[in-house]
Structure formats: structure tokens, C-alpha cells
Design a binder for this molecule. Structure first.
Ligand code: HEC
Ligand code: HEC
Ligand code: HEC
Ligand code: HEC
Length: 370
């Protein structure tokens, strides 16, 4: 009898260990971020945070300074530089080396061939090179025009790629979920979908809100039901997106909201405004830049609905409130900081004007014959 109950206790303890293994082991720390008494606390688990910090280290914590821009331009030597041609020759090479490390995991000659066909560096035969050119423009635009979100920390290819040709935390629109029964569920109630932090909320809020610009709203302006301009679908979708935000940045809802009034902007911390800009920036990335490469990507690089892999908050943040915990890699690479187009070579200098009165010169110039 006694052995039996010991066995049962042991079995119960074991079951409990398994059941709780998905939970976070204490202790946790709480940091007060708002006025006292309003519950705006940030809860962190120091042990998990240490792991996350280790996973989010910059590839090159102290990049060398950019090369002297006064040296001859890359466009003097290279034939097909549409974007980076105004960089000095050594700075151009430095940028190619960095791109190889950031996107393919190393600057070895065989890695250059991920984008370049053999030794013909000017050729655009590989689709990866054409995609990389679009990516250069996207990164330059981010650093130049979206400072309200990315600040002076900025972004490099590494922010998303982390040494992989295809970023691990990108997403595609989801056509549905096949149950074991063979039936396809659309929308929600499955759980286990990473994009919405394993909740059973709608699993693809990203298409609605980070590709399309549906309104991210729960609270209605009027009394229910007549005055309401919101519906249950908006509510579920908004909460699903908010789970994506919290999970991507590794923060609680109170990082951006005072939870007594989620919708109220005057009571929200400034981080919410950064997030508002982030939403608009990510929509632009997905439509203007990634949208433009859809036709050149091979089928195996696309999602089940034929759309390219897109950017979400997790693509850059990867669980950190600032990507790579704010390590500023971009400022060391002038080729990534501003939108660029190679200046076309200057037209040949006009023939020297003869020293005469302006009207006379205009009439005589063609006859001067030199
Ligand atoms: C992730 C893709 C990618 C990788 C990897 C890469 N490149 Fe490039 N490379 C490009 C793109 C895009 C351009 C065109 C830039 C432009 O239009 O301004 C380019 C242009 C060049 C050119 C100019 C060729 C010409 O005549 O127009 C040279 C030289 C070059 N790369 C060398 C290298 C070397 C060396 C490596 C390896 C260390 C390398 N690249 C790795 C994408 C890449
Ligand atoms: C904001 C995130 C982000 C940044 C920054 C970024 N990329 Fe990408 N990149 C993506 C996503 C998402 C894809 C997959 C979709 C696609 O192929 O267009 C991708 C795909 C690519 C591919 C195609 C790889 C393949 O095998 O199909 C290349 C090459 C590439 N990026 C190069 C670059 C370079 C070079 C930079 C920096 C100048 C850069 N990327 C910056 C998100 C990013
Ligand atoms: C990184 C910042 C951030 C985090 C974290 C975040 N939110 Fe939000 N939330 C926003 C922004 C920005 C908006 C407004 C978006 C817009 O107007 O385009 C918003 C909107 C909302 C709304 C709609 C308010 C209205 O006007 O109807 C609700 C509700 C909400 N969030 C709840 C949450 C919950 C619950 C969490 C935690 C699971 C959370 N948020 C986490 C930034 C954040
Ligand atoms: C292209 C990469 C990239 C993407 C995608 C991205 N972020 Fe950011 N985000 C950054 C960088 C870089 C910073 C750091 C800015 C700084 O140092 O001031 C940042 C900072 C923030 C901050 C401010 C954090 C703080 O404590 O000051 C918030 C909030 C934020 N991002 C929200 C989002 C949300 C929400 C999304 C998705 C809609 C998103 N980000 C997508 C690059 C990105």
C-alpha cells in the first residue's frame, strides 16, 4: 500500500516536472518603468536574458573605420555598379567583404560566388545579386529615412541575415493549417504558431497588418453596439499582432502601453511611437522592396501561396528590445547609410570659349572649329 502511494507520488512529481518544463524557472526580476502604483513593470528572467544576450552578439563588435573617401571611385574601374559606384575602391571592397560575412557567413572567395558568377563580377546572371541590389537600397532607405525607428544604431544586412542567405525569422502568408483529420483550418485556434507566440489567436496577423495596412484597433469610439466601428475580428487580429510585438522584442505589453488604457497615446511610453513608425517602415519594406523581387525569386524561395519571405518585427529584433542589443554596426559602413545611385561619368568638357563679347562668342563659337 505504502509503496503504491510512494510510486504514485513519484509519478505525480515526474508528471509535474514535465508539465512545468515549458514554464520559466524562477526567480524573475521586475523593473519599474512607469509612475509608481500604475503597475508598469517590466518582468525579466535573468537566466533566459543571459542566453538571449549571447545569441544576439554583433558579428564584428568593433569594425574598422571606413576608408578615406578621397581615394579613386569604384565606378572608375568597375562596369556594373549602379548603387555603390561612388564609394572609394577600397571602401567598395570592404563593403563586399562585409556583405559576404553578413549574408553568407564569411568573406572567402567561394562565398563571393553566392552572388557572383565565377570571376565575372560585373555579370548579373545570378538572381541573388539582383536581390542583393534591392536589399542595398532597402537598407540605405532604412538608415537614411526611418531614424524615428532605427535611430543612429541603424541596420546592416547582418541585422536580419546573421550569416544566413535567407533570414531565419522571415515569414510568408499562410494558406491554412491541416489537421490530422485532413480538414484544413483557416485563421485561428491551433496554438503552436511561432509568429503569434504559440497562442491560439489568428496565426497570420502579419499579412493584415505588416503587408496590408488594416487598422490596428480594439477600442471603439462609440457605445456598443450602434456606435461601434470595430468588430471581434479586428480585436483578435490586433491582439495576435501585439503578441508578435511582445515576443519579437522580448518585452511585456507595458513596454509600450499603460495597461489601464491600451489605446490612450498620452499615457503610453515613447517606445509605442517608435513601434508605430516601425509598423509603417516594415510595411514599406514588404511592399516596395521585397515585393519588387517576387518575380526574380525561384519558386523554392517562396511560400506556399507563391509570395516571397517577408520582414516582421522578429526578423531584426530576434527577442531583443533593440536588435543585437543596440550594437551600432551600420555607422562604420558609409555604403549603407544613405540612399545612393552611382553618379554617371561627367560628359566631356565643352570646348574653351574664345575671349570675346558674349553675343559675338555665341555666333562665332561653331566657326571656331576646335
Ligand atoms: C550578397 C551578395 C554579394 C556577395 C556575397 C558579394 N557581392 Fe560583389 N556585388 C554584389 C552586388 C549587388 C554588386 C553590384 C553593386 C552595385 O550595383 O552598386 C556587386 C558588385 C561587385 C563588383 C563590381 C563588378 C563590376 O565590374 O561591376 C566586384 C568587383 C565585387 N562585387 C566583388 C565581390 C567580392 C570580391 C566578393 C567576395 C568577397 C563579393 N563581391 C561578394 C553582391 C555581392
Ligand atoms: C530587414 C531585413 C533584411 C535586411 C536588412 C537585409 N535583408 Fe536580405 N533578405 C531579407 C529577406 C526577408 C529575404 C528573403 C526574401 C527575398 O529573397 O527577397 C532576403 C533575401 C536576401 C537574398 C536572397 C538569398 C537567397 O538565397 O534567396 C540576398 C542575396 C540578400 N537578402 C542580401 C542582402 C544584403 C546584401 C543585405 C544588406 C545590404 C540585406 N540582404 C539586408 C531581409 C533582409
Ligand atoms: C513594441 C510596442 C508594443 C508592444 C510591446 C505592445 N503594443 Fe499594443 N500597440 C502598439 C502600437 C504602436 C499600437 C497602435 C498601432 C497603430 O495605431 O497603428 C498598439 C495598439 C494596441 C491596441 C489597440 C488600441 C486601440 O486604439 O484600440 C491594443 C488593445 C493593444 N495594443 C494591446 C496590447 C497588448 C495586450 C500587448 C501585450 C500582449 C501589447 N499591446 C504590446 C505597440 C505595442
Ligand atoms: C530593419 C530592422 C528592424 C525591424 C524589421 C524592426 N525593428 Fe524595431 N528597431 C530596430 C533598431 C535598429 C532599433 C534600435 C534603435 C535605437 O537604437 O534607437 C529598433 C528599436 C525599436 C524600438 C525602441 C526600443 C527602445 O527601447 O528604445 C521599438 C519599440 C521597436 N523597435 C519596435 C519594433 C516593432 C514593433 C517592429 C515590427 C513592426 C520592429 N521594431 C521591427 C530595427 C528594426
Amino acid at each position: 500500500m505504502k509503496t503504491m502511494s510512494i510510486c504514485r507520488t513519484a509519478a505525480f512529481t515526474l508528471a509535474a516536472v514535465f508539465a512545468l518544463s515549458a514554464c520559466e524557472r524562477p526567480p524573475v526580476d521586475a523593473v519599474q518603468r512607469g509612475y509608481r502604483g500604475n503597475g508598469m513593470e517590466h518582468v525579466v528572467n535573468p537566466r533566459l536574458l543571459a542566453d538571449k544576450v549571447a545569441q544576439n552578439m554583433p558579428v564584428d563588435p568593433e569594425p574598422a573605420a571606413p576608408v578615406d573617401p578621397a581615394l579613386p571611385k569604384a565606378s572608375l574601374v568597375y562596369q556594373n555598379v549602379q548603387i555603390l559606384g561612388d564609394l572609394s575602391l577600397p571602401e567598395f571592397s570592404r563593403t563586399m567583404n562585409a556583405m559576404s560575412t553578413w549574408v553568407t557567413g564569411g568573406a572567402k572567395p567561394e562565398n563571393c560566388n553566392y552572388c557572383h558568377e565565377g570571376n565575372n563580377f560585373a555579370s548579373d546572371a545570378l538572381y541573388t545579386k539582383k536581390v542583393a541590389r534591392v536589399m542595398l537600397s532597402m537598407t540605405q532607405r532604412a538608415n537614411q529615412d526611418w531614424k524615428a525607428h532605427v535611430g543612429d544604431t541603424g541596420v546592416t544586412c547582418y541585422t536580419c541575415h546573421r550569416g544566413n542567405p535567407v533570414p531565419t525569422m522571415a515569414w510568408t502568408s499562410d494558406p491554412g493549417y491541416k489537421h490530422a483529420s485532413g480538414m484544413t483550418a483557416t485563421g485561428q485556434n491551433v496554438g503552436g504558431v511561432a509568429a503569434v507566440a504559440n497562442t491560439s489567436l489568428p496565426w497570420d496577423p502579419l499579412t493584415s497588418y505588416l503587408l496590408h495596412d488594416n487598422n490596428i484597433r480594439v477600442q471603439s469610439g462609440g457605445a456598443l453596439p450602434q456606435g461601434s466601428d470595430r468588430n471581434v475580428k479586428d480585436t483578435e487580429g490586433t491582439y495576435a499582432l501585439m503578441m508578435h510585438f511582445s515576443d519579437s522584442l522580448g518585452v511585456n505589453c507595458t513596454y509600450c502601453h499603460n495597461s489601464r488604457a491600451f489605446g490612450n497615446w498620452t499615457e503610453s511610453p515613447p517606445t509605442r511611437l517608435k513601434a508605430w513608425n516601425a509598423i509603417r517602415q516594415v510595411r514599406e519594406m514588404n511592399n516596395t522592396y521585397i515585393g519588387s523581387v517576387a518575380d526574380i525569386l525561384p519558386a523554392h524561395r517562396k511560400g506556399p501561396l507563391g509570395d516571397p519571405l517577408k520582414v516582421g518585427c522578429k526578423t531584426c529584433h530576434q527577442g531583443a528590445y533593440k536588435p543585437l542589443y543596440g550594437a551600432p554596426m551600420a555607422p562604420a559602413y558609409p555604403g549603407l547609410l544613405a540612399v545612393m545611385k552611382t553618379t554617371p561619368p561627367a560628359p566631356p568638357a565643352p570646348p574653351a570659349e574664345p575671349a570675346a563679347a558674349p553675343e559675338a562668342a555665341a555666333a562665332e563659337a561653331p566657326a571656331a572649329g576646335h
